[in-house]
Design a protein around this ligand. Structure first.
Ligand code: FAD
Length: 462
């Protein structure tokens, strides 16, 4: 009789868990995956995918507004939020079924239940059943974090609920300055809601390049989104269907919905980690792992958002794949977390890879910056007041391109391709040697000849 019921027990059927289960099963392992909610996890069910569908839907408003300059007469338009939500739900159900069937086809078994540790090799399902496993992979993801328990916090929705609102809010207050807050701000504004963003820091998008932050803020404000920085929502009152958000600066805002997107915490609560001896990383609250995604317990690994390293779907997928190859495929791989491209699907969107100017100047003695902001060809006829921002950050000593930051339509699509060059350590000379593709916005990336700024850090005196 086998020593364990399964070779691998995966807790969580999201991006990372599903990839790990499929690859491990492909390597011949007997795999069980527990999912307490819906297969596909955050990305598919209430993250990247439904968000992008909403972004695409709301961006239609911009296309309609821009059409007149090109000779179109558009009859009065109307928008039906319930149709959008219903069609999105249909697509998400299709994807969930595809995820389920792909896992099953790989030979792994799905159990639709919560699973928690009883010991390092033992899991208890909510059905009461116990399963023993040689290896366990924790891939439980993360969840919205509403911050301090301010009065009226029970009225606040997160991105989870925003995907299922019965009606489009006429006015919405969104607290948060990160990518989820801004994406929803632009989604709601595109559909016609009156949007106010409240953020405690001095500018939105902490961690992004400062030029990007300033540019996106200005573009969003130009579209009529109000952005209040340096303050927080301290209390929320509800009267009939109206909410009043009281801000730390003494003002108040009336709205039909209040949404918080101020961060996410790793899903470690109630997992029985103490029974298995799994340690938490004191710096970020996620599961502590080494470069192999191995926890403090040798047979237990953790990947994706629950480790709170880089909370992005492709990262969770790659970590899951590397884990399965390492443990079951006789092919040890560590994930290289450098130069991860990332996007913010605000409108206009952001695509970015590599170092910001501030990071580069802290790490390199010579830094050249190439920057341009220009009117896209489309706006010359649509009349829209918008600018595209493109910025390259270059190591002035080796000429290597350290970072690329773009704000504008399809910035994310452009940066996905540029990320290959950055990962390959391309130099500015390589960019310059590349032919422009004309007429495009992206051609600016290979035609910026002269640095807009050049920084030299003097060596410290002996
Ligand atoms: C609104 C939003 C937009 C996003 N947009 C993007 C984007 O554009 N691009 C991008 O790259 N990333 C985006 N992300 C982040 C992305 O969704 C996550 O990084 C990714 O889903 C992480 O995958 P994961 O496998 O670690 O966890 P998840 O996908 O969260 O999966 C974890 C699964 O575990 C299940 N689970 C938890 N505990 C248990 C238990 N005890 N037993 C059984 N099951 C359990 C959960 O139900 C869940 O299904 C977005 C996230 C949000 C919230």
């Amino acid at each position: 009789m086998a020593e364990f019921d399964v070779d691998l027990f995966v807790i969580g059927g999201g991006s990372g868990g599903v990839r790990a289960a499929r690859i491990a099963a492909g390597h011949g392992a007997k795999v069980m995956v527990a999912e307490e909610y819906r297969m596909g996890g955050t990305c598919v069910i209430r993250g990247c995918v439904p968000k992008k569908l909403f972004v695409i839907g709301s961006h239609v408003r911009h296309e309609i507004d821009d059409a007149a300059g090109f000779g179109w007469t558009i009859p009065p338009v109307s928008f039906d939020w319930p149709t959008l939500v219903a069609n999105k739900d249909k697509e998400i159900a299709r994807l969930e079924a595809a995820y389920t069937s792909n896992v099953e086809k790989s030979g792994a078994r799905i159990v639709k239940t919560r699973a928690v540790f009883e010991g390092a090799h033992s899991l208890r399902l909510s059905t009461g059943e116990s399963v023993s496993a040689k290896y366990v992979l924790i891939a439980t993801g993360g969840a919205p974090n509403h911050g301090p328990m301010i009065p009226g916090i029970e009225h606040v929705i997160s991105s989870n609920e925003a995907f299922h609102l019965a009606e489009l809010p006429r006015r919405i207050v969104i607290q948060g300055g990160g990518y989820i807050a801004l994406e929803f701000a632009c989604i709601f504004a595109g559909f016609g809601s009156d949007v106010t963003v409240v953020y405690r820091g001095d500018n939105i998008l902490r961690g992004f390049d400062d030029d990007v932050r300033a540019h996106v803020r200005a573009e969003m404000e130009m579209q009529g989104i109000t952005i209040l920085t340096g303050c927080t929502v301290d209390k929320i009152d509800k009267r009939a269907k109206e909410f009043t958000s009281h801000l730390s600066n003494g003002s108040s805002l009336a709205s039909d919905k209040v949404m918080f997107a101020i961060g996410r915490h790793p899903n470690v609560g109630g997992l029985g980690l103490e029974k298995a001896g799994v340690a938490i990383n004191p710096n970020n609250g996620g599961i502590a792992v080494d470069g192999w995604s191995r926890s403090s317990v040798p047979n237990i690994y953790a990947i994706g958002d629950v480790t709170h390293r880089h909370n992005l779907t492709p990262v969770a997928i790659r970590e899951g794949h590397a884990f399965a190859d390492t443990v079951f495929g006789k092919h040890p791989v560590q994930v290289d977390h450098s130069s991860i491209p990332t996007a913010v699907f605000s409108q206009p969107e952001i695509g970015t890879v590599g170092l910001t100017e501030t990071e580069a100047r802290a790490q390199f003695s010579h830094v050249d910056v190439y920057k341009t902001a220009f009117r896209p060809i489309k706006s010359t006829m649509s009349g829209r007041d918008t600018r595209i921002l493109m910025k390259l950050v270059v190591d002035g000593t080796s000429d290597r391109v350290l970072g690329c930051h773009i704000v504008g339509d399809i910035a994310a699509e452009i940066v996905q391709a540029v990320a290959i060059a950055v990962k390959m350590k391309a130099t500015k000379a390589d960019f310059d040697a590349t032919f422009a593709l004309h007429p495009t916005a992206a051609e600016e990336l290979v035609t910026m000849r002269t640095p807009t700024a050049r920084y030299v850090r003097e060596a410290a005196a002996e």
